[in-house]
Design a protein around this ligand. Sequence first.
Ligand code: IMP
Ligand code: MG
Length: 178
Amino acid sequence: MSLLPGEWLEPLLTEDQILTRVKDLAAQIRADYGDEDVLLVGVLKGSYLFLADLARNLGLNASIEFVQVSSYHDQKSTSGVVQIRKDVDTTMEGKHVLIVEDIVDTGLTLKHLKELFEVRRPRSLEVCSLLRKPEAIEHDALVKYVGFDIPSAFVVGYGLDYGERFRTLPYIAVLHES
Ligand code: IMP
Ligand code: MG
């Protein structure tokens, strides 16, 4: 992976910090759901590493599905348009559904997804997001499990991209451009 001229990365969260927090979140989720089955719905692509680390710390009661939505279109600011590009392959009716997101910024994506999923009559519907930006804090009810509250900067790595770049960076960094 290469940086373009004028770009630089400012490390924000190390691999260790992330994994420690992910294990905390998993413990909290296990305590809350007990022996009940949980359907994890990862939001592609940004949540792929977070979901992998979370899932392997959740034990055997979790199953995995994915959705893909697009709201950013390779830009750094939200377009305001949320599009469903891939849906889950199973029913949600009567199940405990936990949406797994990489980051909540405006909350637009999650609000849309939750409305869509509510109609499918899950037994419960909650959200676990690794990161949350200040803009989203006012929508308190949106996300039950939050890994880190971060400043309002554009971050990449650990699954998060900028125009499909940086997803494979193992830690999280602020992307600066001069
Ligand atoms: P929201 O709809 O404004 O909450 O935006 C949510 C989506 O935008 C996330 O799921 C990410 O895919 C993307 N996004 C928001 N902020 C960032 C960022 O700082 N880095 C990379 N992607 C981001
Ligand atoms: Mg996302």
